[in-house]
Design a protein around this ligand. Structure first.
Ligand code: SF4
Ligand code: SF4
Length: 126
């Protein structure tokens, strides 16, 4: 199975070139001059989410093949199954900026789901 990663992208139909995303991206993934359409380079986007607060809601997440990212990044490994999940930048951003408990990033979605099902079964005694 081809490995997928999450990156952010700009909808050019909505972008007004306010330049906000360019200014907040610390990975130099955004290009564009003020008052022009901006673009996110998936090779550099670390999916930290810092640019998501676009006044025109022009920025969204998209799944792409992992091979598009030519810049080396660190990713969190699920402590249960070992699968690579979100980037450490995303986890860091989620913990620091959004106040999410760091424990929430230790498992991949599938292992989280399995664990929740197991806990629910235990509670119900089945
Ligand atoms: S923040 Fe949104 S509207 Fe502003 S330049 Fe970026 S994508 Fe365009
Ligand atoms: S998600 Fe983060 S790394 Fe990607 S373009 Fe936005 S600010 Fe830059």
């Amino acid at each position: 199975m081809t490995e997928k990663i999450t990156v952010y992208q700009v909808d050019h139909a909505l972008c007004i070139g306010c330049h906000r995303c360019f200014k907040v991206c610390t990975y130099q993934a955004v290009s564009g001059n003020p008052k022009e359409k901006h673009t996110i380079d998936p090779a550099r986007c670390m999916a930290c989410g810092a640019c998501f607060d676009c006044p025109k809601k022009a920025i969204s997440k998209v799944e792409v093949e992992a091979s598009v990212r030519t810049v080396e990044i660190a990713r969190v490994r699920c402590e249960c199954c070992g699968a690579l999940t979100i980037t450490t930048a995303q986890a860091d951003w989620g913990s620091r900026r959004k106040g999410v408990n760091a424990e929430a990033f230790k498992l991949c979605d599938e292992c989280k789901r399995r664990r929740m099902v197991g806990q629910a079964r235990q509670l119900m005694g089945c």
